[in-house]
Design a protein. Structure first.
Length: 148
């Protein structure tokens, strides 16, 4: 097998992992009147009202919100290896973008179990930023479709 063909999925995977870690995946909308809105990335957070950048601030506690972005990266690598179809790779990417919004539905709907006794919303509302999906979809369509 050609070495260039073997290296291409690894190169695509590295690019996608860097985008996943460094590019914001969501805008955090704080429903608490005293809370701060922010841009959320895996390795950093930029809080708007105080113009502060926090490194490694939310890597662990926002894991449920960005985990499907990592799965999308794996799916793209599988697609470049010829192990996954274009359609299923796009479906995984779409779900990865919708997932943070689905987790944000309870506080958006103001369900009673999401409000603390003091009136503060207990779960964040994250509005997805589709940078990973746009790059992934572009890479998916750059790879020629193979017929089996």
């Amino acid at each position: 097998m050609n070495k260039n063909v073997e290296r291409k999925p690894i190169f695509i995977g590295i690019i996608m992992i860097l985008v996943t870690l460094l590019v914001p995946f969501a805008y955090h909308l704080d429903l608490n009147p005293f809370g701060w809105n922010s841009f959320e990335a895996v390795l950093w957070r930029y809080v708007l009202p105080i113009s502060s950048l926090f490194i490694l601030d939310n890597t662990v506690h926002l894991f449920p919100y960005y985990v499907f972005g990592l799965i999308f990266v794996i799916q793209i690598v599988r697609h470049y290896q010829g192990k996954a179809s274009r359609l299923w790779t796009l479906i995984v990417g779409l779900y990865a973008e919708i997932h943070p919004l689905l987790l944000s539905l309870p506080p958006l709907l103001r369900l009673p179990f999401t409000i603390a006794p003091g009136g503060e919303v207990m779960y964040p509302v994250l509005i997805p930023i589709p940078a990973l999906l746009l790059l992934g979809a572009t890479l998916i369509y750059l790879r020629p479709q193979t017929r089996t």
